[in-house]
Design a binder for this molecule. Sequence first.
Ligand code: C2O
Ligand code: CU
Length: 464
Amino acid sequence: MIRIPTNRRAFITGAGALAAGFALPRIARGATGPGKKPILLTARQGSARLLETADKHTPIWGYRGTAPGPLLRFKQGQELWVRLKNELPQPTTIHWHGIRIDNVMDGVAGLTQDAVPPGETFDYRFSAPDAGTFWYHPHNRSWEQLARGLYGALIVDEPDPPAVDQDIIVIADDWFLGDDGQIHEASLGSIRDRAHAGRLGNILTLNGKPRGIFPVVSGERIRLRLINSCNARILEFRFEQLKPLVIALDGQPVAPNVLNNETVRIAPAQRIDLAIDMTGPPGSTHAITEVSQSRLVAGEFVYDPKTTRALRGTPLTLPENSLPAPAEAHSKSVDLVMSGGAMGRMEKASYKGTDYEIRELVRRHGMVWAFNGIAGMGAKPLFTARRGESVAVRMVNDTRWPHAMHFHGHHFRETDGPWRDTLLIEPQETRKIGFVADNPGKWMIHCHMLEHQAGGMATWFEVT
Ligand code: C2O
Ligand code: CU
């Protein structure tokens, strides 16, 4: 029997056997050259086996009907050509998260394009300036469309990929299912989730499976690319006795460094690439556990019983992408103050040009958060920058909740910090980031906790 508590206090872990055969659905490589045919991604209904104990399948929405959708993989500088076909019952788009892309291809409904209506198609064609781990997902009703399973991995390979024995992509998602094993629809976009931590699931999957085996060989080196596709959950992974090194964050290489507290903490939309030397003996296992709530075995590395390989000595370093460094004396400084949410102090905010007292704003428009006193996308940008201008943004989290702040079209960094596209900012924390606004167009800034975004944590800037 499946039993799923809907209080969502604990993740479920069933008693079934581990699932083997774990890779992402693949599509042919090299089908993307100019003049060739587009890759067709149909967004449609499908089903997935999300529960370990059940033969039962859960209806989902997915690209080609699967969650995650097909792995898209191409070389740095090569062109990707994807044709989105919308067979969903509502309009959709695709956003290529983390790619420093042409603005018209950014996929933001209402800002860079109109959402694609049911039955219609839209062609995305772009090349990626940076090698690394990225992902794609809708940017229309994201809180619903991602919760239903629309997302996939987008990998841009280095011209000379560094030597590893396995390159493993892991997309982690939490799903909120009802007692019947179906996606809990009544709570989609609820005001409660908007005002608190967002929609937190009760089922954790890696690559769409409730638990899974990653076959490995003793002594080999793997590159593990972790992607958090949860609507709102900050995931925390541990790797038992293994000693992973962080080699990239949000697609951008960093000097290899060890984990804080031996834990990978990864906010929604963030990516972390790890280099792991598999030091267990042949025939043994190493659990991958998720510990944000309770200790849950999310998957397992299973060592081949016979084979071994000599450990590699030197650590893996990735070649840097070339990003423009912001000038020390920033020519433009902007403040972004977050307010609102449960237990917050926000009393009023403006929405679409009208000022509201907070209760009224929630009741009439479902808005519970604001940036600089403005809830939701305003008609005017937060700021305008000239192309090439250095911008500093001081983000003040004046709320009781953490937020995963994402900038479109640009990576940014704190002084001496790593390049990121999504930064987790803790309650009452202030973080100052800088970047060169070198990509013309209209770009969103929002919290990637998707219920927070829907509840008002969204704005945009323009590069002219
Ligand atoms: Cu991952 Cu505005 O997006
Ligand atoms: Cu948030």
